[in-house]
Design a protein around this ligand. Structure first.
Ligand code: C2E
Ligand code: CA
Ligand code: CA
Ligand code: CA
Length: 280
């Protein structure tokens, strides 16, 4: 019995050690990735449901290890946040995406927009330390027009976060604000009237069963009606079928994004999508 107890104990600690080791190794690799620029952005079209045309793109971060493996952001963004690397990575994402934006605006459509994900930690740091995307815009010589940032509700619901000034400065610079994953996690809607918001993105969990689940349909419809009355546009994410797209059209959704239109693709492939469309 004593023997078994010790085995259980050592098994337990070995598991913990392995998790800690794995994390430490991944963090070392992530640091290396930052200094050796192993990141790239993929872009996913955001389509106007009224005419089916691509009006915007969401920039999505990718980490390619030297061995070729792609690491999913769900795996490394949390580690980047814990370690503070998110600030450097986020600044790179912003520079890279706005550079593309400038090219695509000049080449295809001067109203084209790029949507950039911002960790709540980046907004909090910007508020605390006064360094933020407004400065990055100034440095890049770009106005904010055409840039939207995607943030989750949590940072707005938390009364201590005090990010209102940062949001106001962003909007002064022409940057738009989208609420990402809308409808997941937080029950308070009070922030919707406190902040100037441009877009609500309906989370893909509401879209997945839109054809089959009557309550998802009711919720999607209610979100759209509410958003429009408050003056926001609505983007549906995770649209994978024509049936979903048709329903979203019927209930007045403004934009849609998902595998039905395209997976997220490298910038050069996205350029081809825009090129094909501008030839129509
Ligand atoms: P998100 O902002 O909610 O991004 C949408 C995710 O849904 C993306 O996953 C996208 O590839 C995926 N997606 C798009 N269309 C469909 C569809 O039709 N069906 C399904 N099932 N999924 C679809 P991805 O690229 O793996 O990104 C995961 C998350 O990582 C993002 O969720 C975002 O929270 C975070 N992330 C990505 N890029 C950045 C970044 O530059 N900065 C920060 N802070 N976070 C990022
Ligand atoms: Ca997003
Ligand atoms: Ca989302
Ligand atoms: Ca998300």
């Amino acid at each position: 019995a004593k023997q078994g107890g010790r085995n259980r104990f050592s098994f337990f600690t070995r598991g913990m050690q392995e998790a800690a080791l794995h994390r430490a190794r991944m963090l070392k690799d992530l640091r290396h990735a930052v200094s050796h620029n192993q990141f790239s952005l993929h872009y996913q079209p955001i389509v106007d449901l009224a005419d089916g045309r691509i009006r915007k793109a969401e920039a999505l971060l990718r980490w390619q290890r030297p061995c070729g493996d792609m690491v999913d952001p769900a795996q490394f963004v949390p580690l980047a946040e814990e370690s503070g690397l998110i600030h450097e990575i986020g600044a790179w994402v912003f520079r890279e995406a706005t550079e593309r934006l400038r090219i695509w605006r000049a080449r295809y459509d001067h109203r084209f927009q790029v949507s950039i994900n911002k960790s709540p930690l980046e907004l909090l740091a910007a508020t605390r330390e006064g360094m933020d995307v407004v400065e990055q815009l100034a440095l890049s010589g770009l106005a904010g027009e055409g840039v939207a940032i995607e943030i989750t509700e949590g940072v707005l619901v938390d009364p201590a976060s005090n990010i209102n000034d940062t949001l106001l400065r962003l909007r002064d610079a022409g940057v738009q604000v989208a609420i990402d994953d809308f409808g997941t996690g937080y029950s308070s809607l009070a922030y919707l009237k406190r902040f100037d918001i441009d877009y609500l993105k309906i989370d893909k969990s509401f879209i997945r069963n839109l054809e089959a689940d009557a309550s998802d349909l009711v919720l999607a419809e209610a979100i759209i009606v509410m958003a429009h009355k408050l003056g926001f546009k609505v983007i549906a994410e995770g649209v994978e079928s024509e049936a979903q797209r048709d329903i979203l059209c019927q209930i007045g959704c403004d934009y849609a994004q998902g595998y039905l239109f395209s997976r997220p693709v490298p910038a050069d492939d996205f350029d081809l999508l825009l090129q094909r469309e501008s030839a129509l």
